[in-house]
Design a protein around this ligand. Structure first.
Ligand SMILES: *Cc1c(COP(=O)(O)O)cnc(C)c1O
Length: 423
């Protein structure tokens, strides 16, 4: 029996209806932007394995850093103890983030990074004896699959079985072009009518919604409204962080500084699951007290795993290299050229590009659902052609490792163009 068949005996995959889904493809090896399955078939990983892998698969620089850490100190509990990689990583990361960020809290994945951010925002006001329990979030947001993160998420596909069991979240429209004033007004209205603790957002790009993009000035305005009303602002940079938008962080495009940052995905270069939530000093100070009950009673067993920290340190070094910064610019330029080439195609409704992110919306008769027929047809077409792309409804997006070669990228573009013919 091959691995593909053996998988079906015991494995339960994410976001998968096992009765109707095709068997999972067994990948046995990866290098750069390429993956190979058990039959030797080659795939271009055009979505960086769910947006985690900027520097290529099986990157030996990160692998060496991990090996060195594993054979020095693989793990130690983070309650009552600390270690060098965590300290170095916190120092390095805070130098990259906006100057108001000063405290670093570790967890394991994007959802927990968000969970920590929301719990801190709620407890911040609890500690102050101020009743504020509403979280503001965008329509069609995605912040993860744990309960608070799910509550903040607006894509019903992921949350509909759990409606009525959530913390209090009020949604506002995304300030996409032409809808800015509506979004500002909605935020002001929500703040006026609810006891709001925090506003959580994916800055500039809503990944899971299909790379929906909005302007930096609009985000600045929304944060300004929150600041005027002492509403905590949470930038969920789990997807956008570490170069995806062309800058280290999407929030590098704005003037106002959010109070909290959520980071994961590319943090360790796609090697070890790890997440970080960072905070301003003034948020931390509200937990700093002689009263034990004011402490943050949240933690995970593998908090600040030294091996993950070592991988993150190596990744941040790689990101800062001239070679990687040039790769980001190169991929962006190629996306812009492809956009120009494809935007007037009869099947194309809109296109958008930011940094290494490209998205194309296909014209359809009806509203295509998230995992609908068109989506499945496109997905299968890409897989047959050796390209890993996961369209969202009628939206096809590219978010490759930065190290993808020009030839590989051209093959991705060509295959998308061919796919339009069957759409
Ligand atoms: C993927 C994602 C998450 C959740 O991260 P996980 O590691 O899958 O838990 C949260 N927020 C955003 C913006 C994401 O893209």
């Amino acid at each position: 029996m091959n691995f593909q068949d053996r998988d079906q005996n015991h494995l339960w995959h994410p976001y998968t209806q096992h009765k109707t889904a095709a068997a999972a493809i067994a990948i046995v090896r990866g290098k750069g932007a390429l993956l190979w399955d058990e039959n030797g078939k080659e795939y271009i990983d055009a979505i960086a394995s769910w947006w985690v892998n900027p520097f290529g698969h099986s990157n030996t620089i990160i692998a060496d850093a991990i090996y060195k850490q594993l054979t020095t100190l693989e793990h130690v509990l983070f309650g009552g103890f600390t270690h060098v990689p965590a300290i170095l990583l916190a120092e390095k990361l805070l130098k990259m983030l906006p100057s108001n960020q000063n405290k670093v809290f570790f967890s394991d994945n994007g959802s927990t990074a968000v969970e920590v951010a929301i719990k801190v925002a709620l407890q911040y006001f609890y500690n102050k004896n101020e009743k504020r329990t509403t979280i503001i979030a965008f329509e069609n947001a995605f912040h993860g699959d744990t309960f608070a993160a799910m509550a903040a998420s607006g894509i019903s596909f992921y949350t509909q079985a759990f409606q009525g069991m959530f913390i209090d979240v009020v949604r506002i429209p995304v300030p996409v072009k032409g809808q800015e004033q509506e979004s500002f007004a909605a935020l002001e209205n929500v703040i006026k009518n609810h006891k709001c603790a925090a506003f959580i957002f994916e800055p500039l790009v809503q990944g899971a919604a299909g790379m929906v993009m909005y302007g930096a000035e609009s985000l600045d305005k929304l944060i300004e409204i929150c600041k005027e009303n002492n509403v905590i602002t949470i930038a969920d940079e789990v997807m956008t962080g570490f170069g995806k938008t062309g800058k280290n962080f999407a929030c590098d495009y704005i003037q106002n500084q959010p109070d909290i940052f959520c980071l994961s995905k590319a943090l360790t270069g796609g090697t070890i699951p790890m997440a970080i939530t960072t905070f301003t000093q003034s948020i931390f100070d509200e937990f700093y007290s002689d009263d034990i009950n004011k402490a943050l009673f949240h933690g995970h067993t593998f908090t600040a795993n030294p091996t993950g920290c070592a991988a993150a340190l190596a990744s941040l070094d790689l990101l800062a290299t001239e070679e990687m910064q040039e790769n980001i610019v190169r991929v962006n330029k190629k996306h812009l050229a492809f956009q120009k080439h494809i935007e007037h195609h009869s099947k194309v409704k809109t296109t958008r590009v930011l940094g290494v992110i490209f998205a194309l919306e296909i014209k359809t008769e009806s509203n295509e659902s998230y995992y609908g027929n068109l989506r499945n047809k496109l997905y299968n077409f890409f897989i047959e052609n050796g390209i890993i792309l996961r369209p969202v409804g009628n939206i096809v997006y590219i978010l490759t490792p930065y190290v993808i070669t020009d030839n590989q990228l051209d093959k991705v573009y060509k295959t998308i163009e061919n796919a339009l013919a069957i759409a």
